[in-house]
Design a protein around this ligand. Sequence first.
Ligand SMILES: NC(=O)c1ccc[n+]([C@@H]2O[C@H](COP(=O)([O-])OP(=O)(O)OC[C@H]3O[C@@H](n4cnc5c(N)ncnc54)[C@H](OP(=O)(O)O)[C@@H]3O)[C@@H](O)[C@H]2O)c1
Length: 247
Amino acid sequence: MVLENKVALVTGASRGIGRQIAISLAKEGAQVIVNYNGSAAKAEEVVNLITEAGGRAEAVQCNVSEYDKAEELMKYIIGKYGRVDILVNNAGITRDNLLMKMTEEEFDAVIDINLKGTFNCIKHLSRQMLKQKGGRIINISSVSGVMGNAGQANYCASKAGVIGLTKSVARELASRGITCNAVAPGFIETEMTDVLADSVKEAMNAQIPMKCFGNTEDIAGTVVFLASDAARYITGQVINVDGGMAM
Ligand SMILES: NC(=O)c1ccc[n+]([C@@H]2O[C@H](COP(=O)([O-])OP(=O)(O)OC[C@H]3O[C@@H](n4cnc5c(N)ncnc54)[C@H](OP(=O)(O)O)[C@@H]3O)[C@@H](O)[C@H]2O)c1
């Protein structure tokens, strides 16, 4: 087990990619805080899966887009566990629309959760990681943030913002033993992509050199690697896990 005695926080871990990241980190020995916003029962399910397999996990509610609530979340975790070694900023939403039709609310909601939520969690944990003289920050961006995507101006702006944030944080904290990297998933089978029409999925598939969607384990495996000692000397990078879409 490569993450024994590590404490990990995964935001948005009640479903999809975050759920699998939480399970995979716990499998490697980490104590995992399974953050969720509205899906309490699903977050408890993740905790049960982990504990039944012999791992350690706790579900904690927090809307990460709220600056003060994110601070309370960090205070709670540090008060209880004394440290946070791994922060995975995974919580994210889409509110797709063509630019001409996109409302201010659709733009703001996506930026608030995807970008500001990531900032809030890093900001409120950075002092603790500096004290620890170590930590791993892993931000979930998207191929859409790397390449852009019609109908997703808000989402692409948020995910490109996450990449800029990642590189700046990496530069600021590198000398203190803290790494900060981004993972940019391509199209992954989750509830976020389940809602797409078959015709849209087919069009997406056509853009993927490997001709298939990825699964949540593909992303979780990359996160485990970035959290492990094997990735000690990697910071400020964007790892595309997308079947070859962005290259
Ligand atoms: N699926 C893909 O193809 C794909 C591709 C590229 C990037 N991504 C990125 O990967 C991440 C996970 O995506 P997914 O497909 O797993 O999404 P998902 O199945 O829709 O799950 C989203 C998760 O985020 C949580 N969340 C939403 N708003 C939150 C908030 N304000 N505070 C805390 N948690 C919040 C949800 O919790 P509740 O249910 O409790 O609200 C849920 O656990 C996102 O950042 C997404 O942008 C996904």
